[in-house]
Write a protein that binds this ligand. Structure first.
Ligand code: SF4
Length: 475
């Protein structure tokens, strides 16, 4: 494996503002203004549009040499005015890029000046997040932006300080719109449709229905009034356990909202933990529908065990998803020979080892955090998996070593439907189990077809091999 620590070649992570954009896109009527050079927003728009197959507008303050030397105050103020005039958003997320951070622009001061100068800006919530991309990753940018949004609205004076007896549900990592819809379905039927605040909610904004109307900002997202009301909730549940969920910590410390953290509900065990947490919070039984879904999942797992057992798999991508898929692969008898979360987090290793140690595995599991794709490719070759599970950036290594890749997570550039991939809950686990099994069966078919063709060629007239009909080899 490549031994080096002096450079990164093809990082597995994207930069912090990307995560920040994902969080802001889950807030109702919001627009992002990226403070820095123009290329940053272009790169992010492209990535997001390819993945979600939606137009994703991100404004940029387009700092040039002048801004880099004299500061970006003028550009930022002009940018805010343009965004307000063209998009009429209720929320503007100002997220910094490497350039703005490197020149040390005091964004807080510039925004204060802007508010004093522009009376039209009174009705617009401008929230800034510092996202220097020469450190950490898009995952950190997401967590930071969620925290900044929750802090801003809970301190904004919107609404009243009256106990609402609701549950906050705060994501620790960006997930597919389909998964959000599934989680909201589970929450609605377990604790009631109006008994939770889901934050951030990209189920509509990143997967908008075609209405024939050109929307500058897609409808949907968590309403500002609900975010402001998060401080009045009875409890919070954080989805994700490998990193600190700063918004949850903040609500707990400042407003005494007790928080529970559970893994992303991927696979049987982690979905069970989510369902139990909900039932505990609601003080009610798990509804019959979910007991049946659980039963169907177990039935599916029994059906496919003979195909999945012992399949060597390499799992990579964002840490919470990787942990969930590790759990799913273990409970299905697979051998997760390589587990590579895209960035280093405070608790990934501990959580992964806790899950692995409860199994009596016949293989070694290599956990490598924060690799770049160059080192990841070497690690894959060494681990010799029969299948990869992760985003589409792994396709080159999968083609090189000739093993299938199951595309999940972000980004998926080379296939459609990424926004509709379901992984969460019992139904998500069933869908994953089916996908993995069918991929194995397909690979076996291809292998068989190759052999069949080889046999056919060797049986052509003139060949010295026996003349058994080729199709006989299929049985
Ligand atoms: S790493 Fe920095 S310069 Fe590159 S796109 Fe991200 S914010 Fe922009």
């Amino acid at each position: 494996m490549t031994e080096r620590n002096y450079t990164t070649v093809n990082p597995c992570v994207m930069c912090q503002p990307m995560g920040s954009v994902m969080a802001f896109k889950g807030i109702e009527n919001s627009m992002v203004l990226m403070h820095g050079s123009q290329g940053c927003s272009t790169y992010m728009r492209l990535h997001l549009a390819h993945h979600f197959r939606e137009p994703v507008d991100i404004a940029s303050t387009s700092l040039s040499e002048k801004g880099a030397v004299y500061g970006g105050s003028e550009n930022l103020k002009k940018g805010l005015k343009n965004v307000m005039a063209r998009y009429h958003p209720k929320v503007i997320g100002v997220t910094t890029t490497c350039l703005a951070e490197t020149i040390g622009d005091d964004v807080g001061r510039i925004l204060k000046e802007f508010r004093e100068e522009e009376k039209d800006a009174e009705d617009v919530h401008i929230i800034s997040v510092s996202t220097p991309s020469y450190e950490e990753s898009h995952s950190t940018g997401y967590i930071k932006a969620v925290e900044a949004i929750v802090r801003y609205f809970t301190e904004s004076g919107i609404g009243k300080d009256i106990f609402n007896n609701k549950l906050n549900v705060v994501l620790g990592e960006n997930i597919a719109p389909e998964d959000i819809r599934e989680l909201k379905r589970i929450l609605a039927s377990n604790i009631g449709p109006r008994s939770f605040i889901f934050m951030p909610d990209t189920s509509e904004t990143f997967d908008a229905p075609m209405t024939g109307k050109a929307e500058k900002i897609f409808p949907g997202g968590t309403p500002q009034s609900e975010i402001a009301d998060m401080k009045n909730c009875a409890a919070s549940i954080g989805l994700g356990i490998t990193s600190d969920n700063r918004a949850l910590d903040y609500l707990e410390a400042k407003y005494n909202v007790p928080a529970k953290r559970v893994p992303m509900p991927i696979g049987l065990e982690y979905s069970d933990r989510f369902m139990s947490a909900l039932s505990e919070i609601a003080g009610s039984e798990i509804p019959e529908t979910y007991k049946k879904e659980r039963g169907r999942l177990i039935d599916a797992m029994v059906d496919v065990h003979k195909y999945l057992y012992g399949t060597r798999v390499a799992i990579y991508g964002d840490p919470e998803m990787v942990l969930g898929l590790l759990s799913l692969s273990l409970e299905n008898g697979m051998y997760p020979v390589l587990v590579a979360p895209s960035c280093k987090t405070s608790a990934f290793k501990e959580c992964a080892l806790e899950r692995i140690d409860r199994m009596n595995l016949d293989c070694d599991v290599k956990i490598l955090e924060g690799l770049d794709f160059d080192a990841f490719n070497d690690a894959v070759k060494e681990a010799n998996p029969e299948m990869l599970i992760g985003n589409s950036n792994g396709k080159y290594i999968s083609q090189q070593i000739g093993v299938p890749l199951i595309r999940v997570g972000f980004p998926i550039h080379d296939r459609v439907g990424a926004q509709r991939i379901l992984m969460m809950g019992y139904r998500g686990a069933m869908s994953m189990v089916d996908r993995i099994t069918n991929t194995i069966l397909e690979a076996k078919d291809i292998e068989l077809e190759k052999k069949w063709l080889q046999n056919k060629e060797s049986n052509l007239p003139g060949s010295c091999c026996d003349r058994t009909p080729a199709h006989a080899h299929l049985h």
